[in-house]
Design a binder for this molecule. Structure first.
Ligand code: NAD
Length: 363
């Protein structure tokens, strides 16, 4: 029986997780998946109860789970907590210990929400891009890093961009595999023109493509041009693979094409084991939204869509995942909106009502 670890976290985390669990219970029944759910504390909630954002027991549960779903962590109550005990440490520790090197961030613009984008509706309506970001290496982790004092007494600060062949090859594999399930098109973004690691990235992606995925179309694009193209003509992209730093920036650009933070899911995947099974954590892109926590007005769609990614990538349940995605689209087409996506003339509904509506569209 697959075991799903649910870490609701802080702020709106428990509210959006409650609706997600209802959808997953439906999916479990519908596809006879027999999920067992384990609820545990993470982030500020864990700090309050145990004095640490992630206990060893919960980490162990995450390592043993078939998949982890996380709501959100953090909030102003923890602003003065020592850095190593901050709620966000739970996230970083989970990503590191589970070795979640591939971050998948879809940017989907539902036609009925195209007006919420800052771009012209015709540019984004029906947009469906998948950004695959390398998450555990590159300039955020490379050494040497830090400050030094120069002989003349002034200071110098260093970060190091570093990638091994294996690190590039494994993220490229993930992107090409995903492209097979989509439209057989991968763009790889780097700065091969000015960075050694950029030229190396391009070389390894090209070799991986030629060796294993030559039936897929591969386009190389400079990361700065990619940022420009994302706002000029975003529908030219399907799967976009890039490093940690550029992925951080480009996925936020792509995210904003879709209009609202409350709509954006994500997945972080580890390497496959001998049975082809990957460790994985699924979470909305948004944070704990302390400004609206406890009011039952948060949008649960990002977390529900993250659980749909879980069904697709951890359990190969493409049909059920599609049904959930379709139910979200139907609900939006029917004009139902939480406050964050409501237009001036729309009546907004609660978090629970949105959960009800999605379940109703499913059944
Ligand atoms: P945030 O994403 O929590 O909120 C930004 C804005 O978007 C707020 O106005 C919020 O009300 C709105 N919003 C976010 N999610 C929404 C939803 N589902 N429905 C409706 N509105 C939504 O970002 P922030 O305010 O910068 O951060 C708040 C806390 O969350 C901080 O402690 C931060 O460190 C933490 N955080 C956690 C994660 C995570 O757990 N993955 C990610 C980002 C921020």
């Amino acid at each position: 029986m697959p075991n799903i670890l649910l870490l609701a976290g802080d702020g709106i985390g428990p509210e959006v997780m409650a609706q997600t669990k209802r959808v997953l219970e439906w999916a479990s029944d519908k596809a006879s998946l027999n999920f067992t759910f384990q609820d545990a504390l993470a982030g500020g909630a864990s700090y309050d109860a145990h004095g640490t954002p992630l206990t060893d027991e919960v980490l162990e549960s995450a390592l043993n789970a078939d998949a982890v779903i996380l709501g959100a962590v953090g909030g102003p109550d923890y602003d003065n907590v020592e850095r190593h005990l901050r709620p966000e440490i739970a996230l970083l520790k989970l990503r590191k210990e589970l070795d979640l090197f591939a971050n998948l961030r879809p940017a989907i613009t539902y036609p009925s929400l195209a007006n919420a984008s800052s771009l012209k509706p015709e540019l984004v309506s029906g947009l469906d891009i998948l950004i695959v970001r390398e998450l555990t290496s590159g300039v955020y982790f490379g050494t040497p890093r830090g400050m030094e004092t120069l002989p003349d007494g002034t200071q110098r600060c260093v970060d190091t961009q570093s990638y091994t062949e294996a690190e590039i090859s494994r993220i490229a594999h993930v992107a090409f595999e995903l492209a097979k399930q989509r439209n057989n098109l991968v763009h790889s973004a780097e700065k091969a023109n000015v960075m050694e690691t950029g030229a190396f990235w391009r070389k390894i992606v090209t070799e991986t493509h030629a060796k294993h995925f030559s039936d897929i179309t591969l386009e190389h694009i400079l990361a700065d041009n990619c940022a420009m193209q994302l706002v000029r003509c975003p529908k030219q992209f399907d799967v976009l693979v890039t490093d940690n730093l550029f992925g951080d920036l480009l996925s936020d650009v792509a995210a904003m094409l879709t209009g609202s933070l409350g709509m954006l899911p994500s997945a972080s995947l580890g390497a496959p084991d001998v049975n082809g099974k990957r460790r994985a954590m699924y979470e909305p892109v948004h944070g704990s939204a302390p400004d609206i926590a406890g009011k039952n007005i948060a949008n649960p769609i990002a977390t529900i869509a993250s659980s749909s990614m879980m069904l697709r990538y951890s359990f190969n349940c493409e049909q059920i995942a599609n049904k959930i995605d379709k139910a979200i689209e139907t609900v939006l087409d029917n004009g139902l909106r939480t406050a964050d996506i409501a237009g001036d003339n729309d009546r907004s509904i609660s978090t629970t009502d949105m959960g009800d509506a999605i379940l109703q569209a499913l059944t």
